[in-house]
Design a protein around this ligand. Structure first.
Ligand code: C2O
Ligand code: CU
Ligand code: CU
Length: 459
């Protein structure tokens, strides 16, 4: 496999700005997909877990011979995968070795506000934060990232993000691929822009501050244009859109179908056959892809809007046979009649005036007060010209309706982040079981940092 000049001259709309801003000589050989390591659990008790995470400076050779300054957790770029089980009592030491404050937020995790890692849980340089929580939700692929006020976009961009995987009896019992890094593979998809020196370019241009950052180079698990050797059989991909602002439309180059088995907060009730997957910033999907009809050494590419950014090479026999399970789990439907309150959240404004309900984030203002244990309907509207991903902390949601229609099958499970198109109205429902102060915001990180965020208290 030969080196490609990683210039997306064919990348339509992005090609021009890339050429202006960039160096034509950044090159990279195709390399194996890096698999983030599983973080060691230091507590021998099987019902307890103890982890240590350090936010630190780093450097990466994304392009041959060019060293890019980065940041990561316990390493140079991104972070290890934290894997826990439902029911486990977890304690974490989060050390900040950066030269600026950060926080560490567990995106999708249902925990009290003081352990959530939002903007109020600041960790100053040299300090350590000690969150503790019990895992009270089903198997899921969640993630963690900084949430420092006004700095989330920059810190995530520099490399601070990792996956947080929950397993439970349901995930144990399903006959699906579970061999981490072999047939159960995480894909953290992020876009970046490099300057002439090959450094991350996070100088936001006019377009970036209006629509959110869009890069010209896609990284998967921190690698440009990687390949993954896969067995000639079923493979499970845990996909995170860890990008600041880009929405992906993923499909395979051979147009083969795949099956979505999980959304943000866990397994769907039934597998959903799909040809294309749309994933907004912050969203996750687990999919099963069957490579058994491909010949050995055959390559299939993963495309975003027609552009290839990683390949799968069928290289070995599958040591196990899988069929796509029809039934995955049971999700108890939250009845609308249980809801005691309906709240409205409207995305408004553009550029530096982005807001929710006309208000920009103020650390000292609580926008909404929710009763502990209450079930509520939230209606999210969009009065802007672009799609925004709505995300809230502290709970997992069920989508009731998109513009009055039931959600598509792959959005009928647990969601903590969902796209809202211009003019669209998305009605969701949740029960708020954890107390504290939580954020709701647009997960386009440039919008979040500009103030498209608010706070709710649960008491
Ligand atoms: Cu993924 Cu409030 O964040
Ligand atoms: Cu979150
Ligand atoms: Cu937004």
């Amino acid at each position: 496999i030969i080196g490609v000049v990683y210039l997306l001259h064919s990348w339509g709309v992005f090609a021009t700005s890339f050429k202006e801003a960039n160096n034509d000589t950044l090159e990279v050989k195709q390399q194996p997909l890096p698999i983030p390591p599983l973080l060691e659990d230091k507590n021998p008790d099987s019902n307890k877990a103890e982890f240590e995470i350090t936010a630190q400076e780093g450097s990466m050779e994304f392009f041959d011979g060019t060293i890019t300054k980065t940041r990561g957790y316990n390493g140079d770029f991104l972070g290890p995968v934290i894997r826990v089980r439902t029911g486990e009592e977890v304690s974490v030491k989060v050390k900040n070795e950066l030269d600026e404050s950060t926080t560490l937020h567990w995106h999708g995790l249902e925990v009290d506000g003081e352990n959530d890692g939002g903007p109020h849980n600041e960790i100053k340089p040299g300090e350590t934060w000690y969150p503790e929580f019990t895992i009270e939700q089903p198997a899921a692929t969640l993630w963690y990232h900084p949430h420092q006020m006004h700095k989330t976009g920059k810190q995530v961009y520099e490399g601070m993000a990792g996956l947080f995987i929950i397993e439970d009896e349901v995930s144990d019992s399903l006959n699906i691929p579970k061999d981490y890094g072999v047939n159960d593979v995480p894909l953290v998809i992020q876009d970046r822009r490099f300057d002439k020196e090959g450094q991350f370019d996070y100088e936001l241009g006019m377009k970036d501050s209006i629509v959110g950052f869009e890069g010209d180079t896609i990284l998967v698990n921190g690698a440009v244009n990687p390949y993954l050797e896969v067995p000639q059989g079923m493979v499970r991909l845990r996909i995170l859109n860890g990008s600041n602002g880009r929405i992906y439309n993923l499909e395979f180059s051979n147009k083969q179908a795949f099956y979505q088995i999980a959304s943000d907060g866990g397994f769907l009730e039934e597998s959903v056959k799909m040809n294309e997957l749309t994933l907004g910033p912050g969203e996750r999907a687990e999919i099963l892809v069957d490579f058994s009809n491909l010949a050995k050494n055959e390559t299939v590419e993963l495309l975003d809007q027609g552009i290839n950014f990683m390949s799968f090479v069928v290289s070995k026999d599958s040591d196990k046979e899988f069929i796509v399970p029809e039934k995955l789990t049971t999700i108890e439907k939250i009845e609308e009649s249980k809801a005691t309150t309906t709240r409205v959240f409207n995305f408004q404004g553009t550029g530096s005036s982005v807001s929710i309900n006309g208000e920009q984030m103020d650390m000292d203002r609580i926008d909404e007060e929710v009763k502990l244990g209450a079930t509520e309907i939230w209606e999210v509207g969009n009065f802007t010209g672009q799609t925004h991903p709505f995300h809230a902390h502290g709970a997992q949601f069920q989508i009731l309706e998109r513009d009055g229609n039931p959600p598509p099958a792959n959005e009928s499970g647990w969601k903590d982040t969902f796209l809202v198109a211009p003019g669209e109205n998305v009605r969701v429902i949740a029960t708020f079981k954890h107390k504290g102060i939580f954020m709701y915001h647009c997960h386009i990180l440039e919008h979040e940092d500009a103030g498209m965020m608010g706070q709710f208290s649960v008491e």
